[in-house]
Design a protein around this ligand. Structure first.
Ligand code: PLP
Length: 384
């Protein structure tokens, strides 16, 4: 007979790769956004499980830091968020960006979710189920993805919403990450025009990148996502956000190879000199992307260890020739993402965006959270 605790401990000992999320850093990034958007409310976008970092842990930390409104993409995400808040005896408003699908009113009602209404039919559908919850209106100002088009907006007036509980009018920027792009100002002007008739209803235009465009873009509320999680929102690197994720993996095996031997699939890495190769228990199925093969590096202690050869599904090989033999041993931990190698660096190397690195971090990784007291109390994020 083994206890549950002993079983858990043995599973943890067997884990090969883990990620640590610094909730304190998320809270500090939130406060930085509050300072940048001073005078506007900072809501938080936590779709896709808080960009892969765990909405159950992230959202309560943000509520305790003063955030009262969240955005998710899906009803199921909203329901999971509501559960996490309820379990912590916390409350917040939750908007569902993908809007209202006919038949889903019970789920909206049970989890007290607010639809972001994106089209005339969605508005009609929400009205026809008795509009049980407050809602938001998304007007399209040039993204051409979701939102009521400017042409359709001409059919709407504030009185079209008299029987609905409209709480927010929002739009979304296409090029917020490129401050020099003239489309930002175009969208801002169109948003101002289209939202103007809705007196007294809060307005929101900005994601993370939009926050960096300055006060004229902020309106009443901003709704950043990626910046909270340490992603670089903008091409202009004027403002940096604190890295949040540490990713590390254990060495499973170390081998000595001769000059001209190759490593891994496709034999893409050929040793120029005799070398020591360590095999790590992490691969692209964990979210350590295939595109990082031969490009990224990790850290074993203070020493950089280049990733050599292709990334496999469950394994990654690094050259540890420059690390003392007694250090590069099975069981030693190699760090693959941290303050020195950020999600932004990894995204650049893998030719993708930090969003995809973050949301790709797999549920298979063992997860740890920092910045919360042992008893689950407030995050140690510094005073506001
Ligand atoms: C995802 C999303 C956001 C947050 O975007 P970031 O670039 O992560 O800050 C805000 N608004 C809408 C409509 C979104 O889809």
């Amino acid at each position: 007979m083994h206890s549950v605790a002993a079983y858990r401990k043995s599973l943890a000992a067997a884990a090969c790769a883990s990620m640590t999320v610094d909730l304190g850093a998320i809270v500090r990034n939130y406060r930085k956004l509050c300072a940048l958007a001073e005078g506007s409310e900072v809501m938080a976008t936590v779709k896709a499980d808080a960009y892969g970092l765990g909405v159950e842990q992230v959202a309560p930390a943000l509520v305790k830091a003063g955030c009262t409104t969240f955005f998710v993409a899906l009803v199921a995400e909203g329901a999971a968020l509501r559960r996490a808040l309820d379990e912590n005896s916390l409350s917040a408003d939750i908007y569902v960006l993908n809007g209202f699908q006919p038949g889903s009113e019970t789920a909206f009602q049970m989890a007290s979710l607010r639809p972001v209404l994106n089209s005339l039919p969605q508005i009609a559908d929400w009205r026809s189920v008795g509009a049980p919850q407050p809602c938001a209106l998304h007007v399209d100002t040039g993204m051409n993805r979701l939102g009521v088009s400017p042409a359709d907006m001409s059919q709407l007036t504030p009185s079209s919403f008299e029987d609905l509980d409209l709480r927010l009018v929002m739009s979304h920027l296409a090029c917020g990450d490129d401050p020099a792009n003239g489309k930002n100002e175009e969208q801002r002007n169109l948003f101002e025009t289209l939202s103007k008739p809705f007196h007294g209803i809060p307005k929101s235009l900005c994601n993370s990148a939009g926050v960096l465009l300055g006060k004229p873009f902020h309106f009443d509320a901003v709704r950043p996502g990626v910046a909270l999680y340490g992603g670089a929102p903008s091409m202009s690197k004027s403002v940096e956000f604190e890295p949040v994720v540490t990713l590390s993996s254990k060495i499973l095996q170390v081998r000595q190879i001769d000059k001209d031997q190759t490593v891994g699939y496709g034999a893409t890495h050929r040793a120029g000199t005799p070398a020591r190769i360590a095999t790590l228990g992490i691969g692209y199925a964990d979210g350590y992307r295939w595109g990082l093969g031969g490009k990224a590096r990790g850290f074993l202690g203070e020493t950089g260890v280049p990733v050599v050869g292709r990334i496999s599904m469950d394994l990654t090989t690094v050259d540890v020739s420059h690390v003392p033999e007694e250090v590069a041993q099975p069981g030693a931990s190699v760090t693959l993402l941290n303050q020195q190698i950020t999600v932004n660096d990894a995204a650049a190397l893998a030719q993708t965006i930090p969003y995809e690195i973050l949301t790709g971090l797999s549920p298979r990784l063992e997860r740890h959270y920092r910045g919360v007291e042992e008893n689950g109390a407030a995050p140690a994020g510094g005073a506001s």
